[in-house]
Design a binder for this molecule. Structure first.
Ligand code: NAD
Length: 253
């Protein structure tokens, strides 16, 4: 199947490693021009080089702390300056600290709201007018299975990521007639470097695999395959959906 991604411009947030990197890599492999971002300039440069060498695609690395409004503004500005358009936007960021309700004060809640919700909503706000002008686009938010089924000891993530779902669904209706699709993808336990480290540090974490019907963690490549389809041309009639890629972990329908 032709995914229609050649020469499309894709901005993938938080993509120096993990799920974001994997999505950027597959998009580049399909011929898209990709903008990647992260906080650490060295890691980001190495990732850009790796993707470029593996795919031959043009990759633009932009250093950005997505929790800082000014940096989000200059990220989108630099991306538009380079290629004049953004056809595909994938929102993503790092995970918030674990903990239960009574461990968080008001400042913590504000910080996580900024980190998880505003980092996505603000970049979407800045990219949307260009997509409308160009007659279409693809927006994909990355959240977590936690939005459907809370994960123990991840209070702030469970609460705030669910808000992204309401936002994404509302926005999908508002911009559908402009040819812009807005979808969400809910990763389950996926074997990124971060999860590998968690498993190494805490052998009990391996027991999580027993809670997954498929009996194993997912791979970043499996995640990216689903994400890239949702931002492809053939997925043009799919909007407002939230897709789990979780090996069956979510218990509800
Ligand atoms: P990761 O830690 O491997 O990668 C996170 C990426 O985000 C890195 O590139 C990091 O540099 C970047 N980042 C973090 N904070 C940033 C900031 N303020 N500004 C810019 N970049 C920033 O994590 P991952 O496993 O790839 O997960 C990605 C997201 O998906 C996280 O929010 C995570 O909580 C969520 N998630 C992951 C899993 C999983 O099993 N991997 C499951 C459910 C949800």
């Amino acid at each position: 199947m032709e995914l229609g991604l050649k020469n499309k411009v894709a901005l993938v947030l938080a993509s120096s490693q993990g799920l974001g990197k994997s999505v950027a890599r597959v998009l580049a492999g399909e011929g898209a021009r990709v903008i990647i971002c992260g906080r650490n300039e060295e890691t980001l440069g190495a990732t850009a080089e790796e993707i470029c060498n593996a795919t031959g695609a043009e990759v633009l690395p932009i250093q950005c702390d997505l929790s800082v409004a000014d940096e989000r503004e200059s990220l989108v500005g630099s991306a538009l300056e380079k290629w004049g358009r953004i056809d595909i936007l994938v929102t993503n960021t790092g995970g918030p600290p674990p903990g239960q309700f009574e461990e968080f004060d008001l400042d913590d809640w504000e910080a996580v709201f900024n980190q998880l919700f505003l980092s996505a909503a603000d970049v979407i706000r800045r990219v949307l007018p260009g997509m409308k002008e160009n007659g279409g686009g693809r927006i994909l938010t990355i959240t977590s299975v936690a939005v459907k089924q809370p994960v123990d000891n991840l209070m702030t993530s469970n609460a705030i990521r669910a808000g992204i779902l309401g936002f994404m669904k509302s926005l999908s209706n508002e911009v559908a007639a402009d040819g812009i699709t807005v979808n969400n993808i809910m990763p389950g336990f996926t074997l990124t470097e971060r999860l590998k480290q968690l498993v190494e540090k805490n052998p009990d974490f391996g027991k999580v695999e027993d809670t997954i019907p498929m009996g194993r963690f997912g791979t970043p490549e499996e995640f990216a395959a689903a994400a890239v389809f949702l931002v492809s041309e053939p997925a043009g009639y799919i909007t407002g959906v939230s897709l789990p890629v979780d090996g069956g972990w979510i218990k509800g329908t």
